[in-house]
Design a protein around this ligand. Structure first.
Ligand code: F6P
Length: 370
């Protein structure tokens, strides 16, 4: 028999397609074990404002098809304050909640870690298990987070459409994609959508080099007399050169290359923005959300805390940092503090994984230019 009798589930930070599948699976599995399940609306802010909702089988039955999060979400900066977390812990205690599942990105996982810190909270610390959800794929020690696959499919579909019209008019397109400080979505979309150039923050290129790479991508195909003179440049939003500025400087350099006659090469910009984050979750994201939730709930019921359910970590892990679960051979349970440390390295671009991603894409640039 588990000591945990009542759990709560919240989604926090930027929504990600597949969060609902995760909520549904967590709720259904816990309910099947006779555990009381609360949903908390609007993340940590909703916790502080006691927005508890019932998560009955009826309520969660079909939410897995929906994008966004039916529990709603917020970014709650107040949660950085210890006294605010004290209030949150008192509310959980008053409601009889023994354990919390936090579905979200790195800010939300950092909140979960602080909330469950035994040094800060003593015996008021709730048990907490994290589930990685962010379209950016910038969370350490998991090879995928919930929402990435759907976002990638959305980008590829958009780029395919843009490529049709680009090719019809021999135009160049710069397509900006979300990802905050992480270039993963741009990199993978670059391969999947057949881009001629991918720009991502991890390469740390100075602005002048970015512009020259774009000139090379546009001019290279024309000089080679390729049947289509269109160019697709995918640019991560975290690149340190604004997309409009890149277009302006690219046009100016093309004018220099081609002489004073009116510029025949047209460059257009499409910023995909929040379109990338919405939409019905892919089958993979529904499965990923459900399988990670399964591991998270079972870990909570087994008395674990300060861990994150992870999908096949991309690095070797010592036993004390993480282990493959008995519940699912693709899912691991990893140490939450270690996740946050690795996340920082990923975002700074100095983890082996970040370096591998960047060097692979840098190495592909010559291939893309063919
Ligand atoms: O972290 C997910 C994400 O969609 C990032 O890709 C993006 O930079 C950010 O959130 C946008 O945040 P907001 O919706 O708060 O503008």
């Amino acid at each position: 028999m588990s000591a945990v009798k009542s759990i709560a589930i919240l989604t926090s930070g930027g929504d990600a397609p597949g969060m609902n599948a995760s909520v549904r699976a967590a709720a259904m599995i816990a309910l099947s074990k006779g555990i009381t399940v609360h949903g908390i609306s609007r993340g940590y802010r909703g916790l502080l404002e006691e927005e508890f909702v019932e998560l009955s089988p009826d309520r969660v039955a079909t939410i897995f098809r929906e994008g966004g999060t039916t529990l709603h979400s917020t970014r709650c900066l107040e949660f950085h304050k210890p006294e605010v977390r004290d209030r949150a812990r008192s509310i959980l205690r008053k409601r009889g909640v023994d354990g919390l599942i936090v579905i979200g990105g790195n800010g939300s996982l950092a909140g979960a870690l602080a909330l469950s810190d035994p040094q800060e909270a003593g015996d008021m610390a709730p048990a907490v298990i994290g589930v990685p959800a962010s379209i950016d794929n910038d969370i350490g020690l998991t090879s995928m987070s919930i929402g990435v696959d759907t976002a990638l499919n959305t980008i590829v579909e958009a780029c395919d459409k843009i490529s049709d019209t680009a090719s019809a008019h021999d135009r160049s397109f710069i397509v900006e994609v979300m990802g905050r400080d992480c270039g993963y979505l741009a990199m993978t979309a670059g391969i999947a959508a057949g881009a001629d150039l991918v720009l991502f923050p991890e390469s740390n290129r100075p602005a002048a080099q970015i512009v020259e790479a774009a000139v090379k991508a546009v001019m290279g195909k024309r000089r080679a007399g390729r049947s289509s003179g269109s160019t697709l440049i995918i640019k991560a939003e975290g690149v340190n050169l604004a997309t409009d500025e890149l277009k302006r400087r690219l046009d100016a350099r093309l004018q220099e290359e081609l002489g004073p006659a009116p510029l025949e090469i047209e460059t257009r910009v499409t910023v995909l923005g929040h379109v990338v984050r919405g939409g019905r979750p892919s089958a993979f994201d529904r499965l990923l959300g459900s399988r990670l939730a399964n591991v998270a709930v079972r870990a909570l019921l087994a008395g674990q805390t300060r861990k994150m359910a992870s999908w096949m970590p991309p690095v070797e892990l010592p036993e004390e940092v993480g282990h493959r679960t008995d519940d699912d051979p693709y899912c691991w349970l990893v140490d939450l503090p270690a996740v946050l440390v690795e996340t920082e390295h990923l975002l700074r671009g100095d983890s082996p994984l970040a370096r591998w991603r960047a060097s692979t894409l840098d190495g592909l640039e010559e291939v893309f230019g063919l």
